[in-house]
Design a protein around this ligand. Structure first.
Ligand code: ADP
Ligand code: MG
Length: 275
């Protein structure tokens, strides 16, 4: 079982505050959705949890299973169980897909254990097939020349093989046509288990029809301003975010202060009820 706890997190990029006091608690077994307008800090949250060097923690903390990850490099965060399916996966010429995932999986094994390569090849092929990826996938360079949809499916392939305990999927639906969305949705839903906590970042209801969340959070201007159940998704789909901005008195031009504090995972604290 894993728990990711984000406490009063303030994050800047290039001297500008982007996240303004985020609180979030995700346990394995739960699926959370984070929705919000463009440029509101959703990707920044995913990147800072994974340890992107461009983003700077000004204050607050991030804990994985009670241990602060602030000082951990990216690879250690990965070995501890964190994963990020990137909004814009990068192309890495010269490194094959297979070598990339194999290295990632091998580096997460306990000391003294070795990857059984034959078994791993079969797992790779089986996972690629379930994601409807081309047969030559293993030998192609990582994401090079991939379509937007292929890059997104490739992130899911990595996740399926790396088997993280807490995974952020950042706009995994963007660039996917309806058929690809269905395939990604089915594959991610199949991965849901008591050992995986999922955080889905998305603009659209359609992804959340396929991967059903237990909790929904709305982020506006660097803050989670509302948390609730699935009813929030439909409201956003029909009405956008203006009703919430009006309700909370958020001015586009003014710095926004935290409105609510949710999901602190202090031991013994009551959990919010899912739906
Ligand atoms: P979202 O994912 O919600 O669309 P982002 O987290 O990508 O939002 O961006 C939040 C804000 O931070 C935006 O105003 C964006 O311009 C700024 N930002 C994000 N990354 C960088 C960066 N690497 N350099 C400069 N500004 C950035
Ligand atoms: Mg984004």
């Amino acid at each position: 079982m894993a728990t990711l706890e984000i406490r009063d997190l303030v994050v800047s990029v290039e001297g500008q505050i982007i996240l303004n006091g985020i609180n979030l608690c995700v346990h394995s077994g739960e699926t959370h959705a984070i929705m919000g307008p463009n440029g509101t800090g959703k990707s920044t949250l995913a990147q800072i949890v994974m340890g992107h060097p461009k983003y700077r923690v000004e204050s607050g903390d991030m804990l994985l299973n009670g241990e602060s990850i602030l000082a951990m490099p990216v690879d250690e965060r990965s070995r501890k169980g964190l994963f990020l399916a990137m909004q814009n996966p990068i192309e890495v010429p010269g490194v094959t897909n297979f070598d990339f995932v194999r290295s990632a999986v091998a580096s997460r094994l306990e000391k003294g254990n070795h990857l059984r390569i034959g078994k791993f090849i079969l797992q790779f092929e089986d996972t690629a097939k379930k994601l409807d990826m081309g047969t030559n996938l293993a030998h192609r360079y990582l994401n090079q020349g991939f379509s937007g949809g292929e890059k997104k499916r490739n992130e899911i392939l990595q996740m399926a093989l790396i088997k993280p305990s807490i995974a952020f999927l950042d706009e995994i639906d963007s660039g996917l046509d309806v058929d690809a969305l269905k395939i990604v949705g089915e594959n991610v839903t199949r991965m849901k288990s008591d050992h995986l906590g999922l955080i889905l970042i998305t603009h659209y209801q359609r992804l959340l029809d396929y991967i059903v969340p237990d909790f929904v959070h709305i982020m506006i201007k660097g803050n989670i301003v509302r948390s609730g159940g699935r009813d929030l998704i439909e409201k956003i789909d029909h009405e956008g975010y203006d009703w919430l901005k009006n309700e909370l008195g958020i001015d586009e031009l003014e710095e926004h202060k935290p409105q609510v504090s949710i999901g602190i995972c202090a031991q013994g604290a009551p959990r919010r009820e899912g739906i």
